[in-house]
Design a protein around this ligand. Sequence first.
Ligand code: HEC
Length: 275
Amino acid sequence: MRLLLHIATLLFVTTHTYAWGTPEDDKAMFLSTFAVNIPDVPVSQYVHGSMMLSEDALSQYNSIMDFPPFQDVIDRGQTIWETPFKNGNTFSDCFENGGVDIAGRFPIYNEEQRRVITFEMTLNFCLEQNGEMQMAYVDPETMGALSAYARSLSDGMLMEIEVTSKPATDKYELGKSLYFRRIGQYNLACASCHLTNGGRYFRDELLSPTIGQAVHFPVFRGGERLYTLQMRYQRCMEAVGAVPFESGSEELNNLEYFHSYLSNGLPLQSSVYRR
Ligand code: HEC
């Protein structure tokens, strides 16, 4: 993989040093780093990630999004969403507002269960409550397609992750420490690439800044391979030679909680094309 061949160059880049603060302090620190790396680019453009600085890439993106090659998968997700369970209920019965404009509040810290709950977990809870089989978090055919459609019901909603209580902050901090932990044989942290070098070129590819990444999942890489957000985390972990945590694990749920908070205020869009 081309990425692996050139990863060694990043080893010499020191990870950002900064004071640990509140979630809002963290967000301000990320924003000020990107303001230096990518001056003159408004934060609203960060949602385009690695395409944000290339007119060619953006116009190719727009033409693909006019007739998404993955529309059939979203349609399949819609069928799963709308097909009644054996007891006659449907997914929309499980959710406030029928599931519309809610995805941007996830992940949520649940005070009773004392853990972070992702949107995909609530889809599985709904199946369980209705006596149906749960879906595997990494299965693009079932959970992937369902998540892609269910999240599209919140398109345009602004991300609004809440970290209010002390126990919620503890989970956020766990996610943050994983983001800054050097892992794998290349000894790199998420932050080495997407914070310190976010908005900088890594060979011919712009490394997307952390802010703006969480609002547009699942993505279809190459227009056809579906990746949920946690599946994308797993690929980056593999790319640095680490054994990834499982999708749906506490580690990745806490990471998603921290990571998503940083995109607060940006509009959701499911699903999008990625290279
Ligand atoms: C060696 C550098 C490197 C490291 C370390 C790394 N990534 Fe990535 N990541 C990439 C590249 C390259 C891409 C594809 C281009 C892009 O979108 O930035 C990518 C893409 C992503 C994307 C998708 C962005 C999008 O808009 O489609 C997410 C999310 C992501 N990484 C999260 C993480 C997380 C979480 C970690 C830590 C577990 C991590 N990355 C570690 C290089 C890295």
